[in-house]
Design a protein around this ligand. Structure first.
Ligand SMILES: [Zn+2]
Ligand SMILES: [Zn+2]
Ligand SMILES: [Zn+2]
Length: 141
């Protein structure tokens, strides 16, 4: 069994929930795709192969995936929440183009170090970084 599936199953079990077929399909779809996505994108992706997973089920399952720590909500674009799976990926920051919606990922280590130093001064324990900036990509300037 893949590690992410195990983590997901254990997480669901800790909430007294079962790893049902739709929950598994949704999780697998999230890991098939290494891009950023919103719930509607995910629905379109799943619909191609699995006609019986409803949009409502996906809307209910995504917060569980977030809570499990496998994915996170990284951004908001045009008032939609944008997610990505974070399990198996390094921390990164996002530059988001206000015109075409392109999301550029960028390295993070120097910034993370700085944030860690600042957090230490405040005796603050970080559980999640969420960094980014908006602007115009090179094509849209
Ligand atoms: Zn990935
Ligand atoms: Zn652009
Ligand atoms: Zn990202």
């Amino acid at each position: 069994m893949k590690k992410e599936k195990e983590l997901y199953r254990d997480f669901l079990r800790s909430k007294n929930l079962k790893l049902t077929k739709p929950r598994l399909i949704i999780m697998e779809a999230v890991f098939e795709n290494h891009e950023h996505f919103n719930v509607d994108d995910l629905y379109e992706q799943i619909k191609k192969k699995h006609k019986n997973v409803s949009r409502a089920t996906i809307y209910r399952t995504v917060p569980l995936l977030v809570e499990s720590g496998l994915i996170k909500q990284s951004l908001r674009c045009e008032s939609k929440d944008i997610y990505e799976h974070t399990y198996g990926h390094e921390n990164h920051l996002h530059f988001i183009c206000e015109k075409c919606g392109k999301i550029i990922e960028s390295g993070f280590n120097d910034v993370a170090e700085l944030i860690d130093t600042l957090a230490e001064k405040e005796n603050f324990k970080i559980s999640e970084y969420n960094l980014g900036a908006r602007g115009l990509c090179s094509d849209c300037q």
